[in-house]
Design a protein around this ligand. Sequence first.
Ligand code: SF4
Length: 699
Amino acid sequence: MPTETRTTCPYCGVGCGVIAKVEDDGRVSVKGDPDHPANFGRLCSKGSALAETLDMEGRVLAPMVHGKPVSWDNALDLVAERFSSAIRDHGPDSVAFYLSGQLLTEDYYVANKLMKGFIGSANIDTNSRLCMASSVAGHKRAFGSDTVPGTYEDLELADLVVLVGSNMAWCHPVLYQRLSAAKANRPHMKVVVIDPRRTATCDIADLHLAVRGNADVALFNGLLHHLAQEGHVDEAYVAQHTTGFTEALMACQHTSLSELAEVTGVSTLQLRLFFQWFANTRKVVTCYSQGVNQSSVGTNKVNAIINCHLATGRIGKPGSGPFSLTGQPNAMGGREVGGLSNMLAAHMDIANDADRDRVQRFWASPIMAQKPGLKAVELFEAVAAGKIKALWIMSTNPVVSMPNADFVKAAIEACPFVVVSDMYGSTDTARLAHVLLPSAGWGEKSGTVTNSERRISRQRPFLAAPAEARADWWQMAQVGCRMGFGAGFAYQNASEIFQEHAALSAFENDGSRDFDIGAHAALERQKYDALEPFQWPQPAGSKPDETRFFANGRFYHPDGRARFVAVPANLDHRPSAEFPLILNTGRIRDQWHTMTRTGRSARLSSHMAEPFAEISPSDTRQFDLEDADLVELTGTTGARCVVRALITDRQAPGSVFVPMHWNDSNSARARVDSLVSNERDPISGQPALKNAALTMQKF
Ligand code: SF4
């Protein structure tokens, strides 16, 4: 009899429910889960091709040490011994974990517990740093907590949806489908896209503001100024629930509309229209994604947006609020367990003495990290400097995806001991491992993920993991036991980890912390297996009345008020003679990250078969280029890559777009992130993967 399993898509932060069917002959098919509240049965091209990516080619089937298969015992003993000896000889900060927003929450929880509570270092960061760290930092500054206030339904209820730095049509396709359907049903709904490129998302836009890279702060400061000047500030809300309005307004006082047009590259006509729509529409949702976060001023961009929502009291209400869209399937789950180097578990703060003490008592841990650890870019800089003696990389491919990727590759090559846990042994990063551990993949592992609207859903197994492949949490727990921390890591299954995670979220939580899923602290395995998707918070006892945060106007700063943040509108990059162009990196519709899975589907690969650079027609003469020429791109790092020129008026003059997916495994010299420098946002540590300086020539 064919069996059907309800699970969750492993790609983007929309978090769609999937029904996987295994036929008697072993063939797998997938369809959207009609009962999942994220997608109601819809899937995008990537989700619907999931079954095509389940082949075994290239899978790691046994632990490997220096390329030779060994037993799990031998591999785990070696990892534990090398990490222990590094800590003994050089201290806890001489080791590091680099994780992934692809991991399940249970994997993330165990890794974070091992590093922060038992090794005693916070050198654990993740590719989620590349995805949404600026949103985390912006939320914490404004709300006193890393809280996404709204829900997907708010996009359908809004009368104006503003999409900033978000190509939702390609990067969050099912949410885009929901938005398009809502707009078709309610034709008065308006959509504004703020993006330097004219992307596929502009197909439903009533207004496209082709803003210059990083001019978003100036744009939203201009909007705040307009709201104040034209009497659209909700004075009662601002007085009762916020502080810092005057200072934030001061930061935008000197901007006239014509000056703003000059700075942003958007006409005064378009600016005026956008400002009027925002000012005169009660229900406004502003969604922001990587065009906001992946910037040297990303945190300021987030706060400039939130400022406008606080000023109008448009937050925590149906159809209103700022809304951060996470790129990855479980960036949110990672945040919940403290999987970033500057966070602690259950949305507690590593810099807070009481929080560290609370977590240490809960874990009964021998030693706690006392300070934030290295953020992703710093972490690989420390590896390059020889300060990290043992590094464990899990479910991610930083040799392709990190900025300054050649530097990262050289750093990993020089590291004395590198462990990589992955499904595949052929990735650019896995090839550098001293110890390669075979991980179970989607369809084989069990756990939970959290999507962009705080909805926790189960990923359930429907296939046996091949040969020796094991869950990532199991690998970490086994090493923890072998390092002498057995009592803290004696988990038998993922449900025990989830229970502990839920119990920690409720531990000494009197409502002063946003993340509370205490209702699941005693969830037995059977109930965990049957767990329906739910939105947090879900504290023990009664369910909260609201699915939105801040409906009552109370925030998580000690005085209960939100903070306006005064943000300067500096543009960080201006073209130079040597590097006259601006490089924008991003995703395409049918590929995911570094293509280790989506690259296996011929159907997905046929959408765009080779790496390319989108170039404005107005730049062709200066660089002597024609459509389909090969073009060599050079970044300030000195790295070069060669891709196909795609001449299109979607691209603004002076800027070039290159997808981030291709790598040395499938296309020579196409790792575009090698062109991007180590520059990052000083507050969030998120690298500036957009807006890098670039030059190019015909190849
Ligand atoms: Fe998967 Fe995202 Fe597509 Fe949904 S929208 S099917 S979560 S890739």
